[in-house]
Write a protein that binds this ligand. Structure first.
Ligand SMILES: Nc1ncnc2c1ncn2[C@@H]1O[C@H](COP(=O)(O)OP(=O)(O)OP(=O)(O)O)[C@@H](O)[C@H]1O
Ligand SMILES: [Mg+2]
Length: 356
């Protein structure tokens, strides 16, 4: 039974009950003023009860019949009007199921429950659509990035085959570095998907210890680049996974060292504990980053100068996944990430995590 039919029947039913009650009330009222039995005596003609019943019953039946027809027709039309938004929502839901994510309900009219449902549905579609688009872009970029080292390997091997006298140690060294890059990319992708899945064990960890570990490991890189790394801060306990927090901090510190001035650069890493959160700030000197591009830096495969499609990857050029990994990890730990360009050059990256 359709909802429209059910609504129609309940409208008609209620109308019939109300009509019956009204008629009963009239009947009771009439009975009070008409005595039982026939009335004799002078005076105007007074009806008795059976006269009354004979006159009342057909009129009452006609009224009930009218109410039934009125209730059914009116109910059918009213229910149709009430349910129209639902049909529109169903139509869009069907189109979405068939794969077209661009349809929206955009229900006009008063701000009622149906409008609320339609707006919530539209908002959900907006999110799903942008998420799907993001995933597609990501898959395309990831395949492209992974194809680059493979294509380079292929080219190197072909050159070697056509020229057997070529320099084998050099070839091997190039193959090794190209392969290392492919491994880096794959590892970054794996880390990204692991953070996105949110499947990791949580424990209480001191973020400042993780910062210490990360900066110690990266000290050699900083020395090579002539960058001074300053670490400060207090104990900062968070609930999280050390296997994710370490790459998060390492990526931020590595970025701060690598994307720094050619000489005389500095990096400051500060951890602090606040009322409900723990804050990590990684700031560095460097070239001026246009504030407009700051918002896209954390997108996968975004590098300073956009997506660089280099077929000769040097070991220094990054993959462009570092900040995307940081963002995913921060989200997985229910924290927030803020990237601000320093007017004098370089970035201040702030991570807030819930305090343990
Ligand atoms: N601390 C920083 N200071 C200045 N620019 C930065 C900083 N961190 C990131 N950037 C800019 O943001 C871009 C994206 O950073 P991201 O870490 O995602 O990629 P990447 O460092 O290029 O590669 P990798 O995947 O190896 O980390 C960088 O290419 C760089 O231009
Ligand atoms: Mg990086």
């Amino acid at each position: 039974m359709s909802a429209r039919l059910k609504l129609t029947l309940s409208y008609a039913g209620f109308l019939m009950i109300a009509g019956a009650l009204l008629l009963a009330a009239v009947w009771v009222f009439l009975l009070r003023y008409v005595p039982d039995g026939s009335i004799t005596g002078p005076g105007p003609f007074m009806p008795n009860r059976s006269d009354l019943l004979r006159a009342f019953a057909p009129a009452a039946a006609a009224v009930m019949g009218f109410l039934l027809v009125f209730g059914l027709v009116g109910g059918w039309l009213l229910a149709g009007r009430m349910l129209a938004p639902l049909r529109r929502i169903t139509l869009v839901a069907r189109q979405t199921t068939e794969g077209a994510l661009s349809h929206r309900i955009r229900l006009a009219g008063p701000d009622d429950e149906f409008r609320e449902l339609a707006d919530a549905f539209d908002a959900m579609l907006d999110r799903v659509e942008s998420h799907v688009a993001e995933q597609r872009r990501f898959a395309a970029n990831a395949s492209h990035e992974l194809r680059t080292p493979l294509a380079t390997t292929q080219a190197l091997l072909e050159v070697a085959r056509s020229d057997p006298a070529s320099n084998t140690p050099r070839l091997l060294e190039r193959l090794r570095s190209v392969n290392a890059r492919a491994i880096d990319i794959t590892e970054a992708l794996l880390l990204l998907s692991r953070a996105d899945q949110r499947s990791f064990a949580r424990e209480v960890v001191d973020l400042s210890l993780i910062v210490e570990e990360a900066t110690e490991t990266l000290q050699a890189l900083a020395d090579r680049r002539g960058v001074i790394v300053e670490v400060s801060g207090d104990v900062a306990l968070v609930r999280g996974s050390p296997t994710l927090l370490l790459p998060m901090v390492s990526n931020l510190v590595q970025n701060a060292i690598v994307h720094n001035r050619a000489e005389g650069g500095t990096v400051e890493v500060v951890t602090s504990a606040h009322a409900g959160s723990v804050r990590l700030v990684v700031g560095n000197t460097g070239e001026v980053v246009p504030p407009a591009s700051v918002s896209t830096l954390a997108e996968p495969f975004q590098r300073g100068a956009g997506r660089i499609r280099s077929h000769h990857p040097s070991h220094d050029s990054g993959v462009g996944l570092g900040l995307a990994i940081v963002k995913s990890i921060v989200q997985a730990q229910d924290g927030s990430l803020e990237i601000v360009a320093r007017p004098s050059g370089g970035l201040d990256v702030t991570v807030d995590l819930p305090r343990a």
